[in-house]
Design a binder for this molecule. Structure first.
Ligand code: NAP
Length: 270
């Protein structure tokens, strides 16, 4: 048989974000930028939020499709997250999907961590996700529902020597995902998380630094090899691998899925 077979409307509709408004924090870089790009291609009106204004501008430029709104937000501020949800509703005309993607890593052992940096990591990764969920749910609840997705990490469910404060915040994000799914479900809001394996982004490139803090080419290759070997698939993950999982969880294709932490790590954990 010859000829092209298009995507059946039922399948296309299942994965479509047409007419939906999607807020993505951390959209100024890495996984958030790629997620915003894919969501826009899926038809969403995307609202890009990040603390990095230059990154936001570059992300909006990278979309090249649809109309993106951008807003500078510090997710460690409860007030700024609440204002973001209200602003999205008024400026973009809705709020259907919310991705808590902003995050920072902190590479220090528990005993050697600097108290202020440890607390800031908790404020951004844990409290940022918490206030993000609450801010989104307050608006979505009055509109019949929506989908919230947290970006957790494989590090949230295993020991992480040398990066334990980060791991602690991601374990909290998993717990937040379960409890908010249970509490918000009756409002029509699904809450899930994606737990990526190691994906090369500005954040994860910190692992390339040697003891002096410089990016070492030797170390870069060693880290890439080590990370690829963790997957039975034998390759590194890419930002788009994560963005497709987020699209699934944002769309009606996952309409009966809530309270799940989906590991997207090439089978590093099973
Ligand atoms: P990234 O490229 O560094 O992107 C994170 C973005 O969040 C950056 O633009 C960053 O801005 C922004 N941000 C930091 N603090 C913020 C704040 N207080 N308010 C608002 N925005 C803030 O990192 P990524 O790798 O894409 O990470 C995205 C998410 O995936 C994070 O939650 C991370 O923990 C998670 N994750 C990543 C990996 C990985 O291997 N890449 C694996 C597992 C989980 P600045 O650049 O100015 O800090």
């Amino acid at each position: 048989m010859t000829g092209e077979v298009g995507l059946a409307p039922e399948v296309a509709q299942g994965f479509s974000l047409d007419g939906r408004v999607a807020v993505i924090t951390g959209a100024g870089s890495g996984l958030g930028r790629e997620t915003a790009r894919l969501f826009a291609l899926a038809g969403a009106r995307v609202v890009l939020a990040d603390i990095d204004e230059q990154g936001l501008a570059a992300s909006a430029e990278a979309l090249r499709t649809g109309s993106a709104l951008t807003r500078k937000v510090d997710v460690s501020s409860r007030e700024e997250l609440g204002a973001l949800a209200d602003w999205a509703l008024h400026e973009a005309g809705g709020l259907d999907v919310w991705v808590n993607g902003a995050g920072i890593s902190y590479l220090h052992s528990l005993l050697e961590s600097d108290p202020a940096r440890a607390e800031h990591t908790v404020a951004v990764n844990m409290m940022g996700a918490y206030w993000g969920c609450v801010s989104a749910a307050r608006v979505m609840g009055g509109r019949g529902g929506g989908a919230i997705i947290n970006i957790s990490s494989g590090g949230g469910s295993k020991p992480l020597p040398g990066i334990g404060i980060y791991g602690m915040t991601k374990a909290a994000v998993n717990s937040l995902t379960w409890t908010s799914a249970a509490e918000f479900g009756p409002m029509g809001i699904r809450v899930n998380a994606v737990a990526p394996g190691w994906i090369e982004t500005p954040m994860s490139r910190d692992l390339f630094r040697d003891e002096t803090g410089r990016i070492s080419e030797e170390r870069k290759e060693a880290v890439r090899r080590e990370m690829a070997a963790k997957s039975p698939l034998g390759r590194l993950g890419a930002p788009s691998d994560i963005a497709f999982a987020l699209l699934y969880l944002a769309s009606d294709a996952s309409r009966f899925v809530t309270g799940q932490v989906l590991a997207v790590n090439g089978g590093e954990s099973m």
